[in-house]
Design a protein around this ligand. Structure first.
Ligand code: HXC
Length: 272
């Protein structure tokens, strides 16, 4: 059977946070053209921020930017850059500063993923995911840090829970995300004195994403869902709300933390 075309779900407009908490703020989000990062961008824009979404595929980015602007009433622009290329990221930052004059929030979310046993995983396949996830996060930090120091802003890095245990077929992603967690901790410690915070969101299985439909075999979906203590896969809104919280003043004293958003699944996996 041919796979169904992926349709981006809508983030509901309900929120426990006040609507204008991010008024005048600017978000720079890598991987913001789709999935979890697009969902976080929408939620942050709904609270008053402007945004720049960064990715490789300009047609998808342009469409996402115009939909995000229409849905939220805030301005979103698309910037094409591969996070593996520092010059392209520097240009995306320059584009952001020309359009908005500042950057307050950065989401390091661009990621690659596929399933492969380590016995079959090529050196280039391993390196590619490390370069997108870990080196890409490093490159994004380097490109945006002067702006975040100026605004006393905050990072949210998108990681995973895969590397807390030995997740099969995910050697490359597990190694890459462990590196992302480590980078966030160092940024929190080194940049705290400059007023910059850094935290990680570690989503579990988020049901309405492209990655989910590609990575979880259809035959194992029901069994996997029944294993989650909260009894359901996550929604984009679950992760988006965590992002709003971490950028908000409610998290002003949180830095160097990992916020796991997985319905309790992490503890089930590590205690069995
Ligand atoms: C085995 C693969 C492969 C696959 C790529 N490679 N896909 N190996 N199985 N399915 C290998 C290639 O063979 C090649 O090695 C090397 O990786 C580079 O591949 P390219 O296609 O040339 O690279 P590139 O165009 O940069 O794209 C790589 C990629 C893409 C970004 C990793 O393949 C991909 O997976 N795109 C999907 C991105 C995505 O869905 N991101 C959201 C992740 S969600 P050789 O040796 O042949 O040269 C997520 C959530 C985690 O991370 C939590 C889940 C629960």
């Amino acid at each position: 059977m041919a796979p169904k075309a992926f349709v981006a779900p809508v983030i509901p407009s309900s929120s426990v946070f006040q609507k204008d908490i991010f008024k005048g703020k600017v978000l720079f989000c890598t991987g913001g053209g789709s999935g979890i990062c697009r969902g976080m961008t929408e939620a942050i824009m709904r609270h008053g921020a402007s945004a720049v979404i960064v990715g490789r595929k300009m047609d998808r980015l342009t469409q996402a930017a115009s939909e995000l602007s229409a849905k939220t009433g805030q301005k979103c622009i698309a910037a094409q850059a591969d996070v593996r290329e520092p010059k392209a990221l520097a240009a995306a930052v320059a584009q952001t500063l020309a359009a908005f004059g500042r950057i307050d929030f950065v989401i390091c979310g661009a990621a690659g993923n596929f399933l492969s046993p380590i016995s079959q995983l090529s050196e280039n396949g391993f390196r590619t995911v490390i370069e997108i996830d870990t080196l890409g996060t490093y490159n994004t930090i380097k490109a945006t840090l002067p702006s975040l120091r100026a605004s006393k802003g905050a990072y949210v890095m998108v990681s995973a829970t895969l590397h807390y245990t030995g997740s099969p077929f995910q050697a490359h992603v597990s190694a890459a995300k462990a590196g992302v967690d480590a980078l966030s901790n160092v940024v929190a410690v080194e940049e705290g004195p400059h007023g910059v915070r850094s935290n990680v969101i570690a989503p579990g299985a988020i049901g309405s994403t492209e990655g989910f439909s590609r990575l979880l075999p259809p035959e194992s979906i029901r069994n996997s869902e029944s294993m989650i203590p909260m009894g359901r896969f996550g929604d984009l809104e679950d992760v988006a709300n965590a992002g709003v919280f971490l950028f908000s003043d409610a998290a002003a004293y949180m830095s160097g933390q990992v916020l796991v958003v997985d319905g309790g699944a992490e503890h089930l996996r590590t205690t069995q």
